[in-house]
Write a protein that binds this ligand. Structure first.
Ligand code: FE2
Ligand code: FE2
Length: 396
C-alpha cells in the first residue's frame, strides 16, 4: 500500500513556487509518489487563462521531467466540460484501490473546502494535506481543519507549513507579456519554453507559414544535434528558430541594419542577396528581441556560407538548416544519420554540395565557404569516398 499524492493546479505557468510546494508535499506528507495534475476547466476560475491546455501540459511536463517519484497525469485535460476534484479522486480511487490518496491543498483552498462540489466525497476518497504558504495563517488553518473534521466525520486533515514563494502566476504572466527575465521565477526548461513561445509568436508576424515551419524544424534538429554532440541545447534551439528571421526582408530593410550596425559587406555579399539575411539576422536578434549572445549571433551569421574553424554551435546550425524535418531531397535521411554520427563531416559534405549548387546557378561562391571547405577537408581528407560508400550502403 502506497501513499500517493495528488497535486493539482492550473500551472499557467508551472513556476518555482509550485516546485517548492511539490517537494514539501513529497517530504512532509511522506509520499511514495505524487501525481501532478494540470486542471481542466476549474469550477472556481472564470477568467480565461492566457495559456492553452497544451501549453500548460507541456510546461508541467518540462518542470517535472526527471523529478524522482513524480509523474504528470493529463486526465483532467482530457475530460470534457468542468472538472471537479471529487470526480478526479473517484477515478484515482478506482485506479489505485489499494493505496492511500493524499490531496494537496493550499491555505485558501482549505478555508473554502466545505463549499467545493461534494466535499464529503473528497474526504471519503483522500486524506488532506493542507499547506500554509505564509506560516502566519497556521492557527487559522488548524482551527478550520477542526471545524471541517467536526462537520465531515471522515475528514483526515493535516496542516503543514512551506517556505513562502512570493510570486503568483498572474504576476509571471504579466512579466512574460512584457518580455521580462523570468529565470529567477521559473524552472529552467519552463523559462526556455516560454521564451521560445514568445519568439515563435514574433516569427509568425514575419514569416510565411512554410518558412515558419522550416524554422521550427531547424530548432528541433539543432536541439537534437546539440544534445548528441554536447553543445548548449538552449542556444541551439534559439539559433535554429531565429536563423531565418529576416529572410523575408526587403533590400531596404537589410541595408538599414547593415548601415546602422556598420556592417562592412565584401563584394560578394553586396551582390548576393541570398546571403543578406544571415548578416542582418545576426544583428536583428538584438535589435528586435534583445538577444545579445555572441555565440548565437555568430551561428546565425554563418549559417548560409559556413566558414573555417566553426564552433560546434555554428556547425550544428549550418547542418540543421539543411537536414530539418521539412527538407525532403533524395538521401536526406542519410545526411541526417551522418549529422548524428559526425556533424563536422556532415557540414563538409553539405558545404561541398552548396558550392556545387551555387556554381551551377552561375554565382560566385563566397570565400568563407571555400575556406570552410579547405579547413574541413584537411581534417577529413577522405570524406568524399567515405560518405559515398556509406551513402550507397544506406540507400541500398
Ligand atoms: Fe537561411
Ligand atoms: Fe533556413
Amino acid at each position: 500500500m502506497s501513499r500517493i499524492g495528488v497535486f493539482g493546479g492550473t500551472f499557467a505557468p508551472f513556476h518555482k513556487g509550485h516546485l517548492q510546494a511539490l517537494n514539501a508535499f513529497l517530504r512532509e506528507a511522506r509520499l511514495d509518489r505524487c501525481l501532478v495534475i494540470p486542471s481542466g476547466t476549474p469550477p472556481h476560475k472564470t477568467k480565461p487563462l492566457s495559456f492553452t491546455d497544451a501549453q500548460r501540459l507541456e510546461m508541467t511536463l518540462l518542470a517535472c521531467e526527471g523529478l524522482d517519484r513524480v509523474s504528470v497525469c493529463d486526465r483532467e485535460l482530457r475530460t470534457e466540460g468542468r472538472s471537479y476534484t471529487c470526480q478526479t479522486l473517484a477515478w484515482l480511487k478506482k485506479e489505485f484501490p489499494q493505496d492511500t490518496l493524499v490531496l494537496y491543498v493550499g491555505s485558501d483552498m482549505l478555508l473554502t473546502l466545505q463549499d467545493w462540489y461534494r466535499p464529503e466525497e473528497i474526504f471519503a476518497s483522500a486524506q488532506i494535506a493542507a499547506f500554509s504558504r505564509t506560516g502566519e495563517d497556521l492557527e487559522v488553518l488548524r482551527l478550520h481543519a477542526e471545524t471541517l473534521k467536526a462537520q465531515f466525520p471522515t475528514a483526515e486533515i493535516t496542516v503543514y507549513t512551506t517556505p513562502p514563494f512570493p510570486v503568483s502566476s498572474t504576476e509571471i504572466r504579466e512579466k512574460w507579456e512584457r518580455g521580462e527575465d523570468l529565470s529567477p521565477l521559473l524552472p529552467p526548461r519552463v523559462d526556455e519554453y516560454l521564451t521560445l513561445q514568445r519568439y515563435e509568436a514574433f516569427l509568425k508576424t514575419r514569416l510565411s507559414q512554410a518558412r515558419f515551419c522550416h524554422s521550427v524544424g531547424v530548432m528541433k534538429q539543432a536541439a537534437v544535434l546539440a544534445e548528441i554532440h554536447g553543445a548548449d541545447v538552449t542556444k541551439a534551439r534559439i539559433a535554429g528558430l531565429l536563423h531565418d528571421m529576416t529572410k523575408e526582408f526587403s533590400k531596404e530593410e537589410h541595408f538599414r541594419l547593415f548601415e546602422k550596425y556598420h556592417l562592412a559587406l565584401d563584394e560578394n555579399l553586396k551582390t548576393n542577396k541570398n546571403l543578406w539575411h544571415a548578416v542582418s539576422a545576426s544583428v536583428d536578434l538584438t535589435e528586435s528581441l534583445g538577444i545579445a549572445d555572441p555565440q548565437i549571433a555568430a551561428a546565425v551569421r554563418y549559417h548560409t556560407t559556413g566558414k573555417p574553424n566553426m564552433t560546434l554551435l555554428e556547425t550544428i546550425l549550418f547542418v540543421a538548416d539543411l537536414t530539418d524535418e521539412t527538407r525532403d531531397y533524395d538521401d536526406v535521411d542519410f545526411y541526417r544519420a551522418l549529422a548524428r554520427e559526425n556533424v563536422e563531416k556532415a557540414a563538409l559534405v553539405a558545404m561541398q554540395w552548396c558550392k556545387t549548387d551555387v556554381e551551377r546557378r552561375g554565382f560566385e561562391v563566397h570565400k568563407d565557404m571555400i575556406d570552410g571547405i579547405s579547413y574541413l577537408s584537411e581534417k577529413y581528407p577522405n570524406v568524399t569516398e567515405e560518405t559515398e560508400k556509406k551513402r550507397m550502403k544506406y540507400t541500398r
